[in-house]
Design a protein around this ligand. Sequence first.
Ligand SMILES: [Zn+2]
Length: 648
Amino acid sequence: MALLRHLIMLRPVNHVHLDFHTSEQIDDIGKDFDALEFINTLKTIDVDSVTTFAKCHHGNLYYYTDLPEQHPFLEKNLLLEQYQITQANNIQMPVYISVGFDERQAYEHPEWIAIDTSGRQIKEFGDQPFDSGWHWLCLNNGYQQKIVEVINDVIQRIGAVDGFFFDIVTQPECCCPNCKKAMLAAGMDPTAASERYRFARQVEANFKELVYQTIRSQLPQATVFFNGLVWQHLTELSIPNYTHLEVESLASGIWGYEHYPLLIKYLQNGPLDTIAMTARFHKSWADFGGYKNPAALEYEVVRSILSGSTISIGDQLHPNGKLDNKAYELMAAPFTLVKKYWQTTRTSRDVCDIAIYLDNRYEDSNLFSAAVAGAAKIMQESHLLYDIIDASADLSNYKLVIFPDHIHADENLAAKIAAYKAVGGKILASYQSLNESTHLLPLADIKPSNFEQDYVDISATHYICYQAGMLASPALGADCQHPIWEPYFNRSYRHFSSHFQTPEKAANGYFDWLADDASVYLAHAYFSLYYRNGNHIYKECVQQAVRQLITPTLAVVGLPTTAALGLRQAAQAEACIITLTNYVPLKKGDVYTIEDIPVLHDVQISFNDRTIRGVDVVDAQTQATFDGDQLQLDNIHGHALVTVFFNS
Ligand SMILES: [Zn+2]
């Protein structure tokens, strides 16, 4: 055990990901790189690990080599100098190799470029021949060996590097001649999208296995990570080829502020440690001269460390090899917080009352449906403790399992839910979820509505539902509430009334809310509806169902909707950790960012009769007092990290 703790302490915590995609039309590459200046900048802000570049998206190599892809204007043996100085200073250095994008190989081997279903080359950032952007390379060809050649060359010329970061490892659903031929040989139908998706995942998995074995046979301790669009769908095939996960999620970029919290809730149940990756840029990668607001960077870093991840902050090295001092000044304060907070969070685990069930079998790079994202949003805004799970989870770890909107129960899932209910588990299902298994819900029969929209009568107010609910007949003895009203007609060119949806005409005899002691069924797709529209009443319906079914571990007063509350079990049995963030993203043009850090006062959290013995405020500003089972928090500057000790 002592040895294990020692190893955990050695795990790098503060990472920098140093991009270096540099055109071969720029000269003097690395001319001003100064190894001492480089390492001093990193050491000053307490960096433990820096990812540096062997091969970039342009296909250029940044070390002296006999391979023809060395950058034509490389002035220094950059990667080797970076390796030697980081090794000498006990900073880890994984090496970056671009896979899916390689402009040099795209021009030398146009037959390796992935082809879409219309026969066009697949490109990122524009699909026209004269758009500037990256061609996407197919992995089902000789390009795999080119990657292996670069890995071997790096190990031979640079040394026993600490790890490898492979980027853009996403095989498109490619229609190139190689892929069509290989699919036919495997008995697959290249014209079927689902078959192409399945084949692409297999090509990816084979590539990862080849690369992993290439590295493992030479460097048994090296870390290996493959970044890509669909790595979240980790299968049994590919998990053994990862040593950890790096969750790329730049809140001000295409990922947005909602991406990381969803993904980490799902990934925290897996076997691998996570590194949360953002960047110092105002917008997204390669935003030279664009600096993230300090409050925005603080939020992304703090929410990551409070969720049990370590942190990677991205930057891009200037072609001349000099680090941008402003960027490292910006990273200094967040990295200090990370080192301080990691001592508290590293051995803790998330405590969750409620599980949101996710069906990860969909053949879609977007793992999270609007229903799952909407459920998570409602849970977070309601300050309920939630998790996101899939079919592999043990339901008995949760007081309540939510099946949002579209979860179809096969025989295995239905049996699992029945067993869970038999030992006291509670379920909340909505809309089409579990419709095949009405015996699990207080339903006798169910069918779809003929209307596109309808209304729900709650306390004599008729609320619009922008997507009509199911027509559910209750089981004997079910509690039925909230009658459904139908409109005069569906809106069409033949009959419409006013600007928008048609007003309600009459109740149709069905109810939105059907409940018994162990389950609530809501006839509307409230989770997707809330995600897409935000009507407060949708959230209230879900909150009412949760309140009816369970007593949450925490009762909270005084937190705004924007605050995210978490509870983590500390290493000591009689202690837990309250995590809280409250930062408010603002839209500026096309960019979301954060400028100010609001201060919260008078937040009360009670622990349902667990008597508090003491508190330890880990962050620098929150003030905490307690009385019995009540914790009072004041002066919360954006976030709080408080360990609470209970009487046994
Ligand atoms: Zn292909």
